[in-house]
Design a protein around this ligand. Structure first.
Ligand SMILES: Cc1cc2nc3c(=O)[nH]c(=O)nc-3n(C[C@H](O)[C@H](O)[C@H](O)COP(=O)(O)OP(=O)(O)OC[C@H]3O[C@@H](n4cnc5c(N)ncnc54)[C@H](O)[C@@H]3O)c2cc1C
Length: 437
């Protein structure tokens, strides 16, 4: 249980970052994780149909606690919850219990992020009209009493990092959109996106003509089921069963023109949509490490080896102390980052070179430390650590994934270097791809 009155809590979540409202949300999700997810966390990855454990839990979070309407503005029946810090605290608590569940919820938030930005930020009327059309059409499903799922559908089979990479200006995007009268017509395929195959709503990242790069870039909302949209099989992953991933095929998919936004305005919103999750996934990752640490602390306190509880041996204390130290630094870093994302008026735009460098620097630090430390810790549990019902091995499986998403750790380092020198990591140029003809 998260004891918000302890001195350690106050030192970990300082008042300068975490206000009363954020603390309440954090406590709600912490208690939910302890009561509803922790007792079944070893069974989640074996719930292949999602019917027994995963969907009932998701329904409680997304409908019962209002998760699926968090990013919908109040005038459309949602909670209008735009605080990155609160969202990161929530993801930390869910990630502490199960990263797949946590990722599922975060990605429904993600589908709304582009129109939330369009709605909230001081942007031209075109963006406002797009946000209005999308919220009016799709918010009712997400503010109702049934589980509704969102998918930010960007990645593609031929390298997803290249699609994210701003230096490529959308030129590697394979999914084509064209305007025919009052409709968008979409063709091509996507791969990997969280919640793909079970989503009620996709935000699809398209290009109308790769030669034109940003000018032909488009973000288009596509609901499901919908004529021309189909999927492959669900991927069988190392862990994270709570998060579904598959291909999405678009075969002459037609949607109304007002569900899409094109050109530099859409590109600017896209870049911000990619920057937004840095603090959230850093929160997830910190939660994963905290979850593993808690298991290890308990187990090594009870298990006797070499004549005393394992954690009384100094080699064990070295590992536990190192984990606690990384958790402390990671938490400080993601809270500070989230605070800075919440105050663009002071720290600059999310998609500025410096903010991207800061966001990725923090994200890469936490996500790359995770698997290394959790793997070190497993030795203290001996064979018991390798067994599902002892709750530890899942954190290792989950941790590996945290450093692969959002372009992966290497891409994160490239964007960090951009703050200091003009590093070229685009897909085009001598010895690389030719510019699209
Ligand atoms: C569980 C899970 C959830 C996901 N959720 C989503 C989602 O919700 N939406 C979505 O759209 N996608 C999602 N993804 C996809 C994810 O974002 C991509 O997998 C990720 O961006 C990496 O892309 P990739 O796997 O194609 O690797 P690649 O792009 O092939 O990159 C592999 C490696 O190539 C190297 N590399 C990449 N770019 C460069 C460069 N410019 N220069 C030099 N080296 C380079 C790096 O070493 C990199 O790690 C998810 C993936 C998983 C596994």
């Amino acid at each position: 249980m998260l004891d918000q009155s302890s001195q350690w809590y106050k030192l970990q979540y300082p008042e300068c970052f975490v206000d009363e409202e954020a603390r309440m949300v954090q406590k709600t999700f912490a208690d939910f994780a302890d009561k509803e997810i922790m007792p079944v966390r070893d069974k989640i990855d074996d719930d292949l149909t999602h019917e027994e454990i995963i969907t009932p839990i998701l329904k409680k979070i997304q409908v019962g606690l209002g998760g699926q309407k968090a990013m919908i503005p109040e005038e459309y029946g949602g909670l209008g919850a735009g605080s990155i810090l609160t969202a990161a605290l929530k993801q930390e608590q869910l990630g502490r219990a199960d990263y797949g569940i946590s990722m599922h919820c975060a990605c429904t938030d993600w589908v709304w992020t582009p129109v939330f930005i369009a709605h909230m930020a001081p942007l031209p009327q075109e963006a406002k009209a797009w946000a209005k059309a999308v919220f009016t059409e799709f918010a009712p499903k997400f503010t109702g009493s049934e589980l509704a799922v969102g998918c930010f559908n960007m990645s593609e089979t031929e390298s997803a990092t290249d699609v994210e990479n701003p230096l490529n200006e959308g030129r590697t995007i394979g999914v084509r959109a064209k305007l025919e009268g009052n409709e968008w017509v979409i063709n091509g395929s996507k791969f990997w996106a969280s919640n793909s195959g079970i989503a009620d709503l996709n935000c699809v990242v398209c290009n109308m003509d790769p030669k034109q790069g940003i000018d032909a870039f488009a973000l288009i909302y596509v609901p499901e089921p919908w004529p021309g949209v189909s999927h492959g099989k669900f991927e069988v992953k190392c862990g994270m069963q709570g998060d579904r991933n598959t291909s999405t095929y678009f075969d002459n998919v037609r949607v109304p023109k007002e569900w899409g936004l094109q050109g530099p305005l859409a590109w600017a919103i896209y870049k911000n949509t990619l920057a937004g999750p840095m603090a959230m996934n850093s929160g997830h990752a910190t939660g994963i490490l905290q979850g593993a640490f808690d298991v290890l602390l308990d187990y090594t306190g009870e298990r006797v080896a070499g004549g005393k509880p394992i954690r009384q041996h100094l080699h064990a204390a070295m590992i536990l102390g190192e984990m606690a130290s990384v958790i402390t630094v990671s938490r400080s870093a993601f809270l500070e980052l989230a605070h800075q994302f919440d105050h663009q008026e002071i720290y600059g735009a999310w998609d500025s070179v410096s903010m991207l460098a800061k966001g990725h620097a923090v994200h890469v630090f936490i996500t790359t430390k995770l698997p290394e430390l959790i793997l070190k810790g497993i030795e203290l549990m001996g064979s018991y650590g390798y067994v599902r019902e002892n709750h530890y091995e899942k954190y290792y499986r989950d941790s590996v994934e945290a450093k692969l998403v959002l372009g992966g750790a290497h891409y994160g380092y490239f964007l960090t270097c951009k703050q200091f020198y003009d590093l070229d990591f685009s897909a085009f140029g001598p010895g690389k791809l030719p510019q699209p003809a």
